[in-house]
Design a protein around this ligand. Structure first.
Ligand SMILES: Nc1ncnc2c1ncn2[C@@H]1O[C@H](COP(=O)(O)OP(=O)(O)OP(=O)(O)O)[C@@H](O)[C@H]1O
Ligand SMILES: O=C(O)c1ccc[n+]([C@@H]2O[C@H](COP(=O)([O-])O)[C@@H](O)[C@H]2O)c1
Length: 200
């Protein structure tokens, strides 16, 4: 294993929270702690993205977002990583394919807020992502109907685990997903930038 990549052993469960983190905030911290508990994960990795392929404006420099993420999220079971920049991927489907090659036997779970489930069908190879790893979705303030009625939720309606089964998620064969209705924290990077508290 390359020494600049996070460590994980076969049999461990690792949640992947991909994000722009521009900037990271208390909402990210909250869903990370909830995901560890609700999905019974050993670790969560924050994948600080080189840039969301669907966002036209580039984020703040990666090093700055990484530095802030390390300040905001301090937990012994959470790793902040710029692994996508290191392995040269930006699309989630490619990232997952690379991680599965690099970490045989590790049980990865893709994590995201409910807003991303609503627009998931716009992601490159979105069905491939569903077929590759289980997906844990965490409630986020906003329009719940959009996530519940989304193309992805509808396509995989029969593969949804009940919230009471959430701890099984890392061990279920994909496609599988689970929505957990955790207490919601009303933070967003857009709002923080709009207030002028984070300048790109
Ligand atoms: N308050 C929150 N509650 C639940 N999920 C969240 C929250 N904030 C961010 N997320 C989730 O964290 C992941 C990374 O989010 P991201 O870095 O884009 O933050 P953001 O606040 O959504 O940013 P922006 O406003 O710039 O789109 C996404 O899956 C997003 O849904
Ligand atoms: O692969 C894609 O097509 C794709 C499209 C949109 C977003 N993503 C990923 O989704 C994660 C959340 O992005 P963001 O900007 O909402 O924080 C981040 O890891 C992005 O790289 C991925």
């Amino acid at each position: 294993m390359r020494s600049d990549l996070p460590l994980a052993r076969a049999g461990q469960t690792v949640g992947l929270l991909g994000g722009s983190f521009d900037p990271p905030h208390a909402g990210h911290v909250h869903i990370t702690r909830q995901a560890l508990r609700q999905f019974g994960l050993d670790r969560v990795w924050w994948l600080v993205s080189p840039g969301n392929p669907l966002k036209s404006e580039g984020p703040a420099p990666l090093d700055r977002r990484m530095d802030r993420a390390r300040v905001v999220m301090q937990h012994p079971r959470v790793e902040i990583t710029d692994i996508e920049a290191r392995i040269g991927t930006r699309f989630t489907a490619q990232t997952l394919a690379a991680l599965i090659r690099l970490y045989p036997g590790v049980r990865f779970v893709w994590l995201m807020g409910a807003d991303n489930l609503a627009s998931f069908h716009k992601w490159e190879q979105w069905q491939e992502i569903f077929e590759t790893v289980p997906i844990g979705v965490l409630a986020r303030p906003g329009d719940r109907t959009a996530a519940r009625c989304s193309v992805a939720a509808t396509r995989y309606v029969n593969r949804r685990l009940r919230a009471a089964q959430s701890r099984q998620l890392p061990w279920v064969s994909p496609p599988a997903w689970c929505f957990v209705n955790v207490p919601m924290v009303n933070f967003s990077s857009t709002e923080i930038r709009a207030r002028g508290d984070w300048v790109r």
